[in-house]
Ligand binder design. Structure first.
Ligand SMILES: Nc1ncnc2c1ncn2[C@@H]1O[C@H](COP(=O)(O)OP(=O)(O)OP(=O)(O)O)[C@@H](O)[C@H]1O
Length: 614
């Protein structure tokens, strides 16, 4: 469970303040494969702008030449040139788009794949801390923003700046005084953009985080829709969702206001400068210090520079949005804490399955410093082929103990050994092939039944699958519309809790693992199906070392011995009967179910198991 204080939150005040440029520069490794295309695309954009800038110069020539002389026949070559440069501008723009059209989705794909791989390799502790909505919004919205920036904003930022510089040079050459007046606009534009970027950065980051929170709530509400409906809470959730979207809207409006202000200023400033230049220019024509052709040409260039100038505010905003999106992306990518792999991994030739917990201490990473460890010197030895039931009061750490065996978490003290080898000396991949797990909550993926069962054992055959199905008493899959090929999981056929649990059990046993860890794996089964599964499971457990979290006496029956977990330690180990005799704590735990347990000691299997709805 994540501690709210340590959750990635929408509070932007505590984050390291890396500049937008520094953050964007971190995109370089991803852009590298598309670098040549991006450069070529930038070149095309520059050529397009240069071709466009030639057009006003041609107009000067036409007005001062054929138009002033009244020589219509001399007009044609100029008109043709106008056409050629106009066509060139269009062709270069087309080439620019084509160059980035294929390359940039690849950059986005590479970044998304890197993020996915990173998430897959992060330890469970990382996922405890991050909400799925925040991760989803980073993988979708933020990466989309980065692609938009690379395909459009970055190029125009460079090209518009280059156009402005080139255009300013032309203006100053055409008319130094008017050119100086018009290009002086760059100074307030730059100053205002810097001020704007600083303020906008905070707001855009807040908006992106709030969008992530909205995604989280949306996802939780969709996944938990049955619970919300059953408890009649959908209206309350509506209100909560509306409150979050209202907050997001407020931030978006603030963003829009900031953009509106800078946009208005960046339009008004050049217009004011143009008005001043126009007055001065008309006087110059009247004085005869410039020709009307030169004045028209000058203003044609000025008009050409309007978009690069006015778009600057929008481009700065989009760049800042992207800086914040990239920061959010790298926040996830920078999160480390991966379980360390051994430098010199042990390579046991044969695994017998002797599992030993030696003075194990454990606390979840986000446990407050003043809270005691969850496991406080736990000792337990499981012999090869033995099944131990782990029993204890709710919340005492049984699930935590099981999670330590496949190293979903690492012990914080002591060690766990397999055939005498510290688990941390085995490569994770090797360890997770030795240890198979079935959790109480059985998650199935949107894949076929076969793929779900062979998830951790892809080389398994249909015979392996059939054997696992028999152990898990999951023959019902053959009655599904497409048998083993039926798609289940979120996008597939809905299965009952008991059916899911049996598939999860089949997934755990299919590879005949040396060590089997089962966290209350039969909790969703009716008593008769449970008894059948137990009978079939016994054959597997006779050859496998197993640790089984048991809440019900019927599950305890599977075990050779029972370990009682209390206050972070194993307080007693023995057979069920021994513990019933000597441990009042155990008797207390089992009391509620003892009568049922006695019944199950000789289960009546002559009746048909209750049917579970598909
Ligand atoms: N990811 C986590 N981060 C922090 N604390 C956690 C996390 N998971 C569980 N806990 C806490 O650790 C304690 C032990 O949890 P655990 O699930 O191991 O207990 P359990 O004995 O399996 O309980 P139950 O019998 O109810 O399944 C609980 O107090 C729980 O709130």
């Amino acid at each position: 469970m994540a501690d709210p204080a340590s959750m990635p939150s929408t509070d932007t005040s505590t984050r390291p303040k890396t500049s937008t440029v520094a953050t964007l520069l971190r995109l370089r490794p991803y852009i590298r494969p598309a670098r040549n295309r991006l450069l070529a695309s930038g070149l095309m954009a520059l050529l397009a702008t240069t071709s466009g800038l030639v057009l006003p110069l041609l107009i000067v020539k036409i007005i001062d030449g054929p138009v002033a002389d009244g020589d219509t026949s001399a007009l044609w070559p100029w008109a043709l040139l106008l056409l050629v440069f106009g066509a060139l501008e269009a062709a270069f723009f087309w080439a620019r788009r084509m160059l980035t059209a294929r390359a940039l989705p690849r950059v986005e794909e590479a970044m998304r794949n890197a993020l996915y791989e990173h998430l897959q390799t992060r330890p469970v502790a990382f996922h405890d801390k991050w909400s799925s909505g925040q991760l989803l919004s980073r993988a979708s919205r933020d990466l989309g923003q980065i692609r938009m920036f690379l395909s459009f904003v970055l190029i125009f930022l460079i090209v518009n700046t280059a156009t402005f510089v080139l255009g300013s040079v032309i203006l100053i050459v055409l008319n130094p005084l008017l050119g100086a007046v018009v290009t002086a606009v760059a100074i307030p534009v730059i100053v205002l953009s810097i001020v704007f970027e600083k303020r906008y950065r905070v707001v855009t980051r807040r908006a992106q985080d709030q969008a992530g929170d909205v995604a989280t709530l949306m996802e939780e509400s969709v996944l938990g829709i049955r619970i919300l409906k059953a408890f009649g809470r959908h209206r309350a959730m509506d209100r909560r969702f509306a409150a979050q979207t209202r907050e997001l809207r407020g931030t978006e409006v603030r963003k829009a206001r900031l953009v509106g202000v800078i946009w208005a200023v960046l339009i008004a400033l050049p217009e004011a400068m143009i008005a001043v230049a126009l007055l001065l220019g008309v006087r110059q024509v009247a004085d005869g210090t410039t020709t009307s052709g030169e004045l028209v040409g000058f203003f044609a260039v000025v008009m050409y520079l309007r978009w690069p100038t006015t778009s600057f505010g929008w481009l700065v905003a989009a760049t800042t949005d992207t800086g914040a999106a990239a920061a959010r992306y790298f926040e996830v990518m920078d999160a480390d804490g991966a379980l360390p792999e051994p430098e010199h991994p042990a390579e046991p030739a044969k695994v017998t399955g002797a599992l030993a917990f030696e003075n194990v201490h454990f606390r979840f990473p986000d446990t407050p410093p003043d809270a005691p460890d969850l496991l406080r010197g736990l000792d337990l030895a499981v012999r090869p082929g033995e099944t131990i039931a782990l029993v204890g009061p709710t919340g005492c750490g049984k699930t935590a103990v099981t999670a330590l065996v496949p190293r979903l978490y690492d012990v914080t003290g002591g060690r766990i050994t397999l055939d005498g080898t510290d688990l941390r000396d085995l490569r994770l991949e090797r360890l997770r092939r030795i240890v198979a797990m079935a959790f109480e909550e059985s998650v199935l993926f949107s894949m076929s039944v076969r793929e779900n069962i062979l998830l951790g054992f892809p080389e398994g055959t249909d015979a392996d699958v059939e054997r696992a199905l028999a152990v898990a008493q999951a023959g019902f899959v053959h009655d599904l519309p497409w048998g083993l090929d039926t798609r289940v999981g979120e996008e597939g056929l809905d299965l009952s809790g008991g059916q899911r649990q049996r598939l999860a059990l089949a997934r755990a046993v299919v590879s005949r693992p040396a060590v089997l860890v089962l966290d209350d794996p039969l909790s969703a089964l009716d008593v008769h199906t449970e008894a059948q599964v137990e009978r079939a499971l016994r054959s597997v457990l006779s050859t496998t070392t197993a640790l089984v979290v048991a809440h019900r006496p019927s599950t305890v029956q599977l075990a050779d011995r029972v370990a009682l977990l209390d206050h972070g330690r194993i307080t007693d180990v023995g057979t069920h009967d021994e513990l019933l005799r000597r441990s009042s704590a155990y008797r207390h735990l089992m009391a509620a179910d003892t009568s049922r347990f006695r019944d199950l000691a000789a289960p009546r299997l002559d009746r048909e198991p209750a049917e579970e709805a598909v």
